[in-house]
Write a protein of this length. Structure first.
Length: 286
């Protein structure tokens, strides 16, 4: 069993490791996304308490703690802490909520700020050495947030328009001839009620899953080649393997920089689309 750091390594050690000659080795691939129970001794019924759930809970705690910290003891002339908090808050309020929602934006700002913060923190877990695993590369967590967005935009739309008018607004676009409605209505229903949450979750999941897999290949594969000491491999001399490993590790820095950009961008895109869907639900007609 791994030590304390093993709590943060994205591996299920019973499933995603193998033993050769009494030594544990890592499976590089989709097996690296397996969850590791934090308390395996308690039995299978507690396996859901795993490292990935720990990351999600820790992310929520960090987000709550951050906003409590930057909002404590506000002053007329802000200090560095207050200025940083206001800068982050205004980025979501003015750059996302106000632009997408117009005059109705204020009531949705708290949710959008919390959503962007939670996404950003959990995405950035993939860049930190103790974690090295973006929470939303497990699709269940992406489904959860997409489900919340689905409930939000449909809930506010039904609340404003009523169920029948809301369904009409989202399945019968204005200006469509009556004879085309049998074709258009199913497509609009699929687009607004089925495709939106599915693509919202898959976009977030696929970008983080693919990026993390590329990082694993370059970092772990480069390390294996750089430390290879068992003679030629498939006719390739050791010096060539070591060189390839060193190049892979150096190139992995560029991959990490790209993943950092993707982590921030995906948090932004998910939040923008949530605001857009809410704005669409509140609109009187489409």
């Amino acid at each position: 069993m791994p030590g304390l750091t093993g709590l943060f390594i994205p591996l299920e050690w019973d499933v995603c490791t193998h033993t050769e000659g009494g030594e544990e080795g890592l499976i590089i691939g989709v097996g690296s996304f397996c969850a590791r129970p934090l308390f395996p001794g308690l039995g299978p019924e507690f396996y859901w308490i795993n490292n990935q759930l720990f990351q999600a809970v820790l992310g929520a705690v960090l987000v709550i703690g951050f906003w409590l910290w930057v909002s404590y003891s506000h002053k007329l002339v802000p200090g560095k802490r207050q200025y940083f908090g206001e800068l982050a808050y205004n980025f979501v309020r003015d750059g996302i909520a106000r632009d997408m929602l117009g005059h109705d934006f204020r009531k949705f700002v708290p949710y959008l700020v919390a959503l962007f913060s939670f996404l950003l923190v959990n995405n950035l877990f993939g860049q930190f050495f103790l974690f090295m695993f973006p929470t939303f590369s497990k699709i269940g967590y992406a489904w959860g947030l997409a489900g919340l967005t689905f409930l939000l935009y449909n809930g506010v739309g039904i609340y404003k328009h009523g169920l029948l008018k809301y369904l009409k607004n989202n399945t019968m676009p204005a200006g469509v001839p009556w004879w085309m409605l049998p074709l258009v209505m199913p497509l609009e229903f699929l687009s607004n009620f089925i495709i939106r949450p599915i693509t919202l979750a898959l976009r977030l999941f696929a970008n983080l899953f693919g990026g993390h897999l590329v990082v694993l290949v370059f970092v772990v594969g480069g390390t294996m080649l750089l430390t290879w000491t068992e003679g030629p491999l498939n006719g390739k001399p050791e010096w060539l393997l070591h060189t390839a490993g060193g190049v892979a590790l150096v190139f992995s820095l560029a991959i990490f920089a790209l993943e950092l950009f993707v982590s921030v961008m995906q948090a932004y895109i998910f939040t923008v689309l949530t605001a857009q869907y809410v704005a669409s639900a509140l609109a009187d007609e489409h």
